[in-house]
Ligand binder design. Sequence first.
Ligand code: SF4
Ligand code: SF4
Length: 149
Amino acid sequence: MPLSTEFLKRCKECKGFCCTLVIPPVTEQEKEKILKAGFEDHFKYIGNGIYKITKDKNKSCPYLQKDWTCEIQSVKPDLCKLWPIIPYIKNNKRGFIVIKCPIYSYLSKEDIIQAKKEAEAISDIVVELIWDIPEKIKNKYKQFEYEKI
Ligand code: SF4
Ligand code: SF4
């Protein structure tokens, strides 16, 4: 998602809600890109070429800064770039939802079309892993409406 000042403003008001709940799995290539850019290594290998980013002591993403912005903005994982559009797999087909979090109303139709295109390229294993989260965390997202797109 192109970063706009409106997004930044809303995310600061929202206190990085999404980055304090779920941190997406990352591929080897994504991990290497982040490390090559000089950022700290918070990765733990979980198998199948996928890493998780280990949470900090506040149970948030370690790249979430005190001002609620992302430290690794320029190289953040694809799923973070696409948020609030999330891919899913049902009956072997790729689908998408958009979470109507505070930045939703600032997304253009073009942003959503582009995000869906990019989300098509995310591997099935990464897509499956994003949904493999405890029910109590899924419930926290229910404060926002969502829509299949
Ligand atoms: S939930 Fe939406 S508004 Fe809140 S921090 Fe995440 S992207 Fe920003
Ligand atoms: S990498 Fe950045 S955008 Fe992604 S969860 Fe961490 S702080 Fe949030």
